[in-house]
Design a binder for this molecule. Structure first.
Ligand code: AHR
Length: 514
C-alpha cells in the first residue's frame, strides 16, 4: 500500500491543528496611511474625590509635598513620562455644575460651593482656570475644557472661550490680564456639556442637539488656527439612537468630535472589589472592556452614514474599569486600587482604539489620579504609579505613528459558556522607522503561543518589554510601590518573516522591530 497520501494527509491535519491551536497576528502588506492620533492617549482629571485636591494640587502653602505653584512635582514628573497629549477638565458630571468665574481671581475671594455630584464636599475653587491651564503648559499637554451646558448659560461659555483664547482687547481678555495672564492659552478642545443624557441635564438627543447648536454657535474664536474643536456630549455605551440623532441634527460646520462613554463594569449595582475579585468577575470585567470593540464599530458605522469622509472624530472621552471604592473610603470619591486586571483593560482598549484610528481620534482614560482607573495614586507625600500607568508608558510609541493594519486570530477565553478573544494586538510604524507591536494576553491562567506573520516587511532587530506579575490580583502598594513594573521581554524570536511569541498569562508586551 502506498502510504504517502496518508502521511501527507496526516501532516496537513497536524499543521492545520497547530495553526488553529495557535494565535496568529498577521501584519497586512500595504501603505499604512492612517495615523494613530496621539490624542487617543489623553487623560481626564475631574474635581472628584482626591483627583484634583491632594492628587494633583496641594496648594501653594503646602510645606510637606514638593510642588510648583501648588501642583505636585512628583505627579508632574510621572505624567511627563507618559507624553500625555491632552487633559480633560473640570469634569465629568462636575463640569455641568461648574461656573468658571468662581475659579479666577484672588484665591481668598473665590466662593466656596458644594460638589453636589461627588460626596457633597465643599469646593473652595482654589484650583481654577489659570491653575489648570498653567499646569497644562508645565506638562506640555493640550487642555480639553468641558463647558457647563447643564446648569450654565450660553454667554457664560462664550465668555470662557474669550477669556482663555482672545488676544486682543475685550472684557474677558482684560479680566484675564487683571488676573495676571497676558497671553491667551489658545485652548482648542472644548466639550459642549458632558453626559447630556444623564448628569448633564437628562436631555433627549433631539433636545440636546438643538441646545448644542445654540452653544456651539456662540463659542466662536477667530484667532485659533483651524477654529475650535467642539466636542458634542456623546452616547452612553450602546445608546446608538443618541449618535444617530446627533449626527443627523448637528451640522458638520459646528462639530469636530462626538463623544462616547463606556466603562468596564461588572454590574452597576454590584461592581465588585478592585483587588479581591473572583475569576467570574474578572471574566465579566474583561467582557465589558472588550465590548468597546463592538461599540466603536457600531457607533462608527452610524457616523459613516452621515459623514462618509470621517471628518468628525469619535472621542471616547471616558473609559476605564469601575469597581467598588476601597473599604473605608468615601463612596463619593471613587478611589480604587489598580491590579493587573486594569493593565489588561488598558492594553486591550488601547489596541481597539489604535485599530480604529481612522475614526477614533481622541480618548480620555478616567481618571488621572486617585479616581477610578488611575495611572497615579497618592497618599500624603507618597505617590505610586499603577500597572495601568506602565501600559500607557509602554504604548506611547504608538502616539502619532502610522497604523499597520493587522488580522488577529485568537484563542478564546471562556467562562460559563461565554467567550472573548484571549489575545489582542495592534501595530504601528513610528516616525523613526521602528515598528511596534503591542500584544495582550488576558487569559489569567494560560500562556499564549503567538505567531506573528510579518508578510513582506523585513527587520533585523527585535526587542521587547513585558508587563506582568506573579498574581493577577497583584498591585503596587505604598509599602511596595515598584512591585509591578515593565521588564525586558525575552519570549519573542524572529526568523525570516515570522516572530514566535510566548506570552505569559495576564501580560502586556510591546515589541520593537527595525
Ligand atoms: O468619571 C466619573 C464620572 O463618570 C463622570 O463624572 C461622568 O461623566 C461619568 O458618569
Amino acid at each position: 500500500m502506498n502510504k504517502k497520501p496518508l502521511i501527507a494527509l496526516l501532516s496537513l491535519l497536524i499543521s492545520s491543528t497547530t495553526l488553529w491551536a495557535q494565535n496568529l497576528v498577521k501584519l497586512l502588506p500595504g501603505k499604512d496611511t492612517i495615523t494613530i492620533n496621539k490624542h487617543i492617549y489623553g487623560h481626564f482629571a475631574e474635581h472628584l474625590g482626591r483627583c484634583i485636591y491632594d492628587g494633583i494640587y496641594v496648594g501653594e502653602d503646602n510645606k510637606t509635598v514638593p510642588h510648583t505653584n501648588g501642583v505636585r512635582n512628583d505627579v508632574i514628573e510621572a505624567l511627563k513620562k507618559l507624553n500625555i497629549p491632552n487633559l480633560r477638565w473640570p469634569g465629568g458630571c462636575f463640569a455641568d455644575t461648574y461656573h468658571w468665574k468662581d475659579g479666577i481671581g484672588p484665591k481668598g475671594k473665590r466662593p466656596s460651593i458644594v460638589n453636589t455630584w461627588w460626596g457633597g464636599v465643599t469646593e473652595n475653587n482654589s484650583f481654577g482656570t489659570h491653575d489648570f491651564l498653567n499646569m497644562c503648559e508645565l506638562l506640555g499637554t493640550e487642555p480639553y475644557l468641558a463647558g457647563n451646558v447643564g446648569s450654565g448659560e450660553v454667554q457664560e461659555l462664550a465668555d470662557w472661550v474669550q477669556y482663555v483664547n482672545f488676544d486682543g482687547k475685550s472684557p474677558m481678555s482684560d479680566l484675564r490680564r487683571e488676573n495676571g495672564r497676558d497671553k491667551p492659552w489658545k485652548v482648542k478642545f472644548w466639550g459642549v456639556g458632558n453626559e447630556a443624557w444623564g448628569c448633564g441635564g437628562n436631555m433627549t438627543p433631539e433636545y440636546y442637539a438643538d441646545v448644542y447648536r445654540k452653544y456651539a454657535t456662540f463659542m466662536s474664536d477667530w484667532t485659533n488656527s483651524g477654529g475650535l474643536f467642539r466636542i458634542a456630549s456623546g452616547a452612553n455605551s450602546d445608546n446608538y439612537e443618541w449618535t444617530e440623532t446627533l449626527m443627523k441634527k448637528i451640522p458638520k460646520s459646528l462639530v469636530k468630535g462626538l463623544a462616547l462613554h463606556h466603562y468596564a463594569v461588572i454590574d452597576w449595582q454590584k461592581k465588585g472589589s478592585a483587588t479581591m475579585y473572583t475569576d467570574e468577575q474578572y471574566f465579566k470585567t474583561m467582557k465589558s472592556a472588550w465590548f468597546m470593540n463592538e461599540l466603536v464599530e457600531k457607533h462608527s458605522a452610524i457616523m459613516d452614514k452621515y459623514d462618509p469622509k470621517k471628518e468628525i472624530a469619535l472621542v471616547v472621552d471616558e473609559w476605564g474599569g469601575w469597581y467598588e471604592v476601597e473599604p473605608g473610603t468615601n463612596p463619593g470619591f471613587l478611589y480604587q486600587q489598580n491590579t493587573m486586571r486594569d493593565a489588561m483593560i488598558a492594553g486591550m482598549t488601547l489596541n481597539i482604539f489604535n485599530n480604529h484610528a481612522e475614526r477614533v481620534r481622541m480618548a480620555n482614560l478616567a481618571q488621572t489620579v486617585n479616581v477610578l482607573q488611575a495611572v497615579i495614586l497618592t497618599e500624603g507625600d507618597k505617590m505610586l504609579v499603577t500597572p495601568t500607568y506602565h501600559v500607557l508608558e509602554m504604548y506611547k510609541v504608538h502616539q502619532d505613528a502610522r497604523l499597520v493594519p493587522i488580522e488577529v486570530n485568537s484563542q478564546e477565553l471562556s467562562f460559563n459558556g461565554e467567550s472573548i478573544p484571549a489575545v489582542s494586538a495592534s501595530a504601528s510604524i513610528a516616525e523613526d522607522g521602528n515598528t511596534h507591536i503591542s500584544l495582550v494576553n488576558i487569559d489569567p491562567k494560560n500562556q499564549q503561543e503567538i505567531t506573528i506573520d510579518l508578510s513582506d516587511r523585513k527587520y533585523k532587530n527585535l526587542n521587547g518589554r513585558l508587563l506582568t506579575s506573579k498574581k493577577l490580583r497583584d498591585y503596587n502598594s505604598f509599602e511596595n510601590p515598584g512591585y509591578i513594573k515593565p521588564e525586558i521581554f525575552k519570549g519573542a524570536k524572529m526568523k525570516n518573516n515570522q516572530i514566535s511569541v510566548t506570552l505569559p498569562p495576564f501580560s502586556v508586551a510591546v515589541l520593537a522591530l527595525n
